[in-house]
Design a protein around this ligand. Structure first.
Ligand code: CMP
Length: 139
């Protein structure tokens, strides 16, 4: 079925002017960008977005990193969008990512790993609603 997922192009990628290159990988994988905006996340937004990770040892650094520069938040639509996006992103740690994936090509480290993507349809809906109003999504 055609579904939606949520993506973030992270500060390491926007800093290196890779917004277009990352988006092309998403589009080439069969995903369509149906909403997109470049924002400077606030600390409150980053902490709220990553609340599930707040007990993890890397939480503080993760939040610092996510507010260190602009990000591009996107809604992606396509056949089985969550899985399709996870496949093209590659493993969280670029050292484990497969050839041809976004993280293999562009990520700098497990933290500066260029993209975030929802890990389930349920989380996708929550994450989309965290950053977008329905009126901003045009399929
Ligand atoms: P993301 O999919 O955005 O979700 C949580 C993020 O935490 C993850 O990608 C990584 O970029 C980041 N992170 C930093 N350190 C770690 C770690 N040791 N294990 C997992 N994720 C980490």
């Amino acid at each position: 079925a055609v579904t939606r997922t949520f993506s973030i192009i992270k500060p390491d990628a926007t800093r290196r002017n890779l917004t277009g290159a990352v988006t092309k990988k998403l589009e080439d994988a069969g995903l369509r960008v149906v909403a997109s905006k470049r924002i400077q996340m606030t600390r409150e937004q980053a902490e709220g977005f990553y609340a599930v990770h707040k007990e993890r040892p890397f939480f503080g650094e993760l939040v610092d990193f996510m507010v260190s520069g602009p990000v591009v938040v996107q809604v992606l639509e396509g056949e089985d969008a969550v899985k399709r996006n996870r496949d093209v992103m590659g493993a969280t740690n670029p050292a484990d990512a497969e050839e041809g994936t976004i993280r293999k090509e562009f990520a700098e480290s497990i933290e500066a790993n260029s993209v975030h993507g929802s890990d389930s349809e349920e989380n996708a809906a929550t994450e989309i609603a965290f950053f977008f109003d329905d009126s901003e999504i045009v399929g």
